[in-house]
Design a protein around this ligand. Structure first.
Ligand code: F3S
Length: 764
């Protein structure tokens, strides 16, 4: 029998051994049934089936009921998930769960008078602790009471903390954040979900997932000097597009795997969210072993090693699609602007920028975040910064560094990297999301002014980082960001172009270098974890609070078809969860459903007039903001629908994008296609996510039509519903719409929400 391997240093009574025993048992049953080689992703997913003997297993078709090993929640989404968990009436979470305070901390890049002219990580954290006190106190006390580990503000970004402490090869975990797949760098199937899924799992219910397809990415060769793991995923995004991974797990394999560090593998998995993948995973390998050992988890490393046959694909396993990337010929990639799948090899970027008319003068460079803040990333970026310092150069524009965790911050401080960044003109922000999620207090570029920023983050939708839709954000590796920030120019190719040093000399930068693991080990820094204390803790929500609001259950279905609903907005083009429920300043209302609903769909483009946040109130004929008109319909007792385009709800897993329309009286969301998480989130809140059977029917629906949805009395899996429309001139049309509800999800709809169905289930 192997040594007992605790799941983490803070959970000494939970063991990976038990998880592996369960996986082995379930896989034995599944193998007997499927009788074919399995991919690694299938092994991990099917190894967590609730009923392996009987559940239907067909990739891309059946719904699996799974038993995840753990749940992680970031502070913005945790508020609503914890509020929902409280309303379930359960005393303690059924699986190990954690809360991470990372999203609510603002990053500043210029002195701010209200902060006594102090800025940078220390001041930002201090400010966040004051402005978010009510929310942090709520999460800390509720976590403590309900058995949830609490990572305080300043501890770091959820995915980095999970990688350093919780993910392990073969683990199935869910996280209330789209970049949860970061854990795939340690061989976990780590899947981003909405808060309502987290509530299910914390309540001990099986978690449902459509059996994912599996896309194989075969890696060969070794990266050349300027190429990094980030370039692999930027290239994959360029090949597969933002929709290419939908419904699939991306599984990496091949001889090139071991050429990438474990944290680099995590970067690649992290950004699998940008192609809509369910998750991304690397099989267990020596780089993961080394990272586990470096993060004080040798027992897990050895146990995984003894379990390795279950932690890789069987020979002959078949993928639904295979792409191959030769690391040795891959050049650094720069993706953007405005979409993460617009990939450019760095040698082509200058021409592309000039041809498209993008601003080539760079206005800011940002490195770090959950995507790219490993020790290796920081080392490689610092190796570029050092060369600039030596030549008497500095960053030409604001340059920020966001450590992913306190452990990274303390380690790079000890090893002198922070000093290097500061010498080159950088500002080290708090260990938090900051500018990655719009929490960027930026004063040097006015709103509306077209400008270019370079980041090592993952997302680059319009207004994502600074709330300015005219900011062109380009995504790349931290070392390329650093080089760009010193050059100040997007047409600069660090592989070929020279910089001019202080004394007029021409400098060709040497390629970046760095260790993947700190030679002196990690410095843990300050202790930032709070263990649960138990049921006696009091959780208080002030009824007058503008940031927290206890939840009222939504009304159950009335048993009738939807008749005569108004079109609130017919959205045109991209409509991500950022467009549906904007982040930035709205983050502070994440725990208050009524207040945050004032941002509903304010970023969506109205197809009727091409404007954002301007729709016609069909009861008065006046134009108003989308949430205001929705509130007017709700007050008048009129149901409404949203009509949308392709991949509606792509982007972050934000469940508020589903809660808000439900709260303000929506009946259905009718689109050409959905992003997976958002579609499920809508179902969880008792809404009807529907897709046009014929996408051309999108054109039939006018912005002022009245919409009926028929067939609800015989609602059944796989059965189309009918949309009947009446135009203002009295003419009518009818067309079928598709829905992807299964039996269980139909009970959610009938009860008014998944939570209502769960509460009814617990009572019965
Ligand atoms: Fe935070 Fe940005 Fe990652 S918001 S979790 S750093 S994607």
């Amino acid at each position: 029998m192997s040594t007992k391997a605790p799941m983490s240093r803070v959970e000494p009574d939970e063991f990976v051994n038990d998880r592996y025993d369960a996986i082995e048992k379930r896989l034995g049953i599944v193998r007997g049934r499927l009788n074919r080689p399995l991919t690694f992703a299938e092994k991990v997913v099917y190894g967590h089936l609730d009923e392996p003997e009987s559940q239907e297993i067909e990739r891309g078709v059946s719904y699996l009921r799974l038993r995840p090993d753990r749940v992680a929640m970031q502070d913005a989404t945790a508020q609503m998930a914890v509020l929902q968990f409280i309303s379930s009436g359960l005393p303690k979470t059924a699986v190990p769960s954690t809360i991470h305070c990372d999203h609510l901390i603002e990053g500043t890049t210029a002195p701010q008078s209200e902060r006594e002219n102090k800025y940078g990580g220390v001041a930002d954290l201090k400010y966040a602790n004051v402005t978010n006190k009510e929310v942090y106190d709520f999460l800390a006390s509720a976590g403590s009471k309900y058995g949830i580990g609490f990572w305080k503000p300043g501890s770091g970004i959820i995915h980095q903390i999970v990688l350093e402490n919780y993910a392990f090869p073969g683990c199935l975990m869910i996280g209330t954040d789209s970049h949860t797949p970061n854990g795939g760098g340690l061989g976990a199937a780590a899947i981003g979900v909405g808060g309502a899924d987290a509530v299910d799992v914390m309540a001990g219910l099986p978690w449902e997932l459509k059996a994912p397809k599996v896309i194989g990415v075969r890696l060969v060769g070794k990266p050349s000097a300027w190429t990094s793991p980030k370039d692999v995923i930027c290239r994959v995004a360029g090949i597969l597009s933002v929709k290419g991974g939908t419904g699939a797990i991306v599984e990496y394999f091949g001889p090139g795997v071991e050429a990438l560090s474990c944290t680099g593998q995590a970067t690649i998995c992290n950004m699998g969210a940008e192609i809509g993948a369910t998750t991304s995973m690397f099989p267990f390998n020596s780089r993961q072993y080394d990272f586990l050992v470096a993060t004080n988890r040798r027992e897990i490393a050895d146990l995984a090693d003894s379990f390795r046959d279950n932690l890789k694909a069987d020979s002959g396993a078949e993928y639904d699609q295979v792409i191959e990337i030769d690391l040795s010929t891959l050049e650094p990639q720069v993706n953007g602007p405005f979409t993460p799948d617009l990939a450019h090899g760095i040698s082509e970027l200058g021409d592309a920028a000039r041809a498209a008319g993008w601003p080539t003068e760079i206005s800011a460079g940002l490195i770090g975040s959950c995507t790219n803040s490993s020790y290796e990333d920081m080392q490689r970026a610092a190796s570029i910064a050092r060369q600039a310092i030596k030549a008497g150069l500095k960053a030409k524009v604001p340059f920020t560094i966001t450590p992913g965790s306190e452990q990274i911050r303390a380690t790079i401080e000890r090893d002198g990297l922070i000093e290097v960044f500061e010498k080159v003109g950088g500002t080290v922000l708090a260990n938090a999301c900051g500018p990655c999620i719009g929490q960027w207090k930026r004063t040097e570029v006015a709103k509306g002014v077209a400008n270019t920023i370079v980041t090592s983050y993952n997302r680059n939708f319009a207004a994502r980082n600074d709330g300015n839709p005219a900011t062109h954000a380009f995504v790349m590796s931290p070392e390329i960001v650093t080089a760009f920030t010193i050059a100040g120019d997007l047409t600069f190719n660090p592989e070929k172009d020279t910089l001019v040093g202080k004394n007029g000399e021409e400098i060709l930068l040497e390629p970046p270098t760095g260790d993947d693991l700190p030679p002196r080990g990690y410095d843990p820094g300050e202790e930032t974890y709070q263990a649960p204390a138990g049921s006696n803790v009091e959780v208080v929500v002030d009824p007058q609070s503008s940031r927290l609001q206890l939840l009222e259950p939504f009304k159950a279905w009335d048993g009738e078809d939807v008749e005569g609903a108004l079109v609130l907005i017919k959205a045109r083009g991209k409509c991500t969860t950022d467009h549906i429920s904007m982040a930035g300043p709205w983050l502070k209302y994440r725990g208050h459903l009524d207040n945050i609903s004032n941002n509903m769909l304010i970023g969506a483009v109205n197809a009727e007039n091409g404007e954002v946040n301007s729709v016609k109130n069909q009861l008065t004929g006046e134009y108003g903001g989308v949430p205001d008109v929705a509130r007017a319909y709700k007050a008048a007792g009129v149901r409404w629908v949203v009509v949308g385009d392709e991949n509606y709800g792509e982007g972050s897993s934000r469940e508020h994008a589903a809660l808000e329309p439900r709260h303000l009286g929506a009946a259905a969301v009718l689109v050409k296609s959905f992003a997976r998480i958002h579609e499920t989130n809508l179902k969880k809140q008792g809404l009807l996510p529907l897709t046009f059977a014929d996408p051309a029917d999108y054109d039939k629906v006018g912005p002022f039509d009245k919409i009926s949805i028929r067939g609800l009395k015989t609602f059944a899996p796989g059965k189309q519903l009918t949309v009947a429309g009446t135009r203002p001139d009295g003419s009518t049309y009818e067309f079928p719409v598709n829905q992807t509800f299964n039996d269980n999800q139909i009970t959610w709809f009938k009860h008014g929400s998944a939570l209502n169905a769960m509460a009814a289930n617990l009572k019965s």
